[in-house]
Each structure stands twice: as C-alpha cells, then as structure tokens.
Ligand binder design. Structure first.
Ligand SMILES: [Zn+2]
Length: 109
C-alpha cells in the first residue's frame, strides 16, 4: 500500500519544517491521476501520525481533476482517467495535470 509511504513522507516533511510544533490540520492537494486513493491516504495518515506531533491532526484532501490536451483537435478537457479519450474520438491525448501531490497548508495549534 503506497499510501502509507506517502502518509509517512507527509509527516516527515511537516516535522522537518515545523520541528516539535503540535499540528492541528494538514491540507494536501491530490491529483486524480496521481494514483492515490483519498480514503486509503486518510486511513494511513491516522496510522502514520500516532505518537508524533501530528497525532490527532485532521487531513484535508483536495482532489484536483486531471487535465488532458488532445493532439488531434487541440481541445483541452478535464479527465479522471489514465486512458483519456477526447470527445473527437482521439486517444492521442497529452496529460497536462492531475498527477500532483503536495502539501498546500499546515495549521499549527
Ligand atoms: Zn480531440
């Protein structure tokens, strides 16, 4: 389950920046094409924070839609799928966004 590794790196990143400050809330941006399952990340975050300064902190997950650009007709559209298909029927689609995974905000108690 790679969500646990992600949750652990979120905890590590927050602690590296904020040392021993107790954390109330962490907001992360997760692209729909990042392969991260929000529910699994939520669950793993709770496990990863036990006994740390993030214990009991709330994890807010902001889901970002994927963005595709069709090389055939030039259209740009939102997609939640790895196999993006343009409305023109072309599968020659360049993925522009939706793979992001970043900490957007951390709230200290
Ligand atoms: Zn197209």
């Amino acid at each position: 389950m790679h969500e646990l590794a992600i949750a652990e790196s979120i905890v590590a990143a927050v602690r590296e920046k904020l040392a021993d400050a107790p954390i109330r809330r962490v907001c992360v941006e997760v692209g729909r094409l990042s392969g991260v399952v929000p529910d699994a990340l939520q669950f793993c975050f709770e496990l990863a924070t036990v006994g740390t300064t993030l214990d009991g902190a709330v994890l807010d997950i902001v889901s970002q839609p994927g963005r595709g650009h069709c090389r055939e007709c030039g259209a740009e559209f939102d997609t939640g799928d790895f196999l993006a298909l343009c409305h023109c029927g072309s599968a020659d689609v360049e993925v522009l966004g939706g793979r992001e995974l970043r900490i957007r905000q951390v709230e200290v108690v």
